[in-house]
Design a protein around this ligand. Structure first.
Ligand code: 2AL
Length: 175
């Protein structure tokens, strides 16, 4: 896709901006609504950084809330075909629609243990990981503290967000 130039992004009114960028942070239109007021953006990196700053500035409970807006990997919504278009593609790219029954059982069990321990879902950038890395990562991250996992999860949200923005905004060569 990547069809918008940054100059065009800067001309969007808030409704248009939220319509286009409302899911760059999954199910969190508030992030798009908040960063709109920081325009004009110099380039796509500036837009990425503004969203990252918004996420970093959230209090602990806000960060946890952002993580809770994410669907489980290969979870109930995925199996019902009810993921957002972006999540569907991402989970497919990691091979999560091709799990064996054993792998699905393991992932479901680990996801559940993670949610019981931390109170929010395990989040990882699926486009940058394959299923083996996801299962290993989940096993490792289950050993962490809540504070570590909030930070790790928000770090993954930023990666997901940057890739989604790269699908929308053209990265222009600097003159
Ligand atoms: C997701 C998702 O839907 N896409 C992605 O990259 N990660 N969800 C998750 N729980 O990590």
């Amino acid at each position: 896709m990547a069809s918008l130039m940054i100059a065009e992004v800067n001309k969007l009114d808030s409704e248009e901006f939220i319509e286009i960028f409302g899911n760059v942070v999954e199910n969190c239109k508030l992030a798009a609504a908040a960063v709109w007021s920081h325009k004009p953006f110099q380039d796509v990196e500036h837009l990425n950084q503004t969203i990252a700053d918004f996420l970093d500035a959230l209090p602990q409970k806000g960060k946890e809330g952002v993580l809770r807006c994410h669907p489980d990997l290969a979870g109930r919504l995925a199996q019902a075909g009810q993921l957002t278009a972006e999540s569907t593609q991402e989970q497919r790219s990691a091979g999560l629609d091709q799990l064996t029954q054993d792998e699905l059982n393991t992932l479901t069990d680990l996801n559940q243990q993670y949610k019981v321990k931390f109170g929010f879902p395990f989040v990882i950038c699926a486009r940058l990981n394959k299923k083996a890395a996801i299962l290993n990562g989940l096993t490792e991250r289950l050993k962490h503290s809540s504070e570590e996992e909030t930070l790790a999860g928000v770090g993954e949200v930023k990666k997901i967000c940057q890739l989604r923005i790269a699908d929308i905004v053209t990265s222009e060569a600097k003159l």
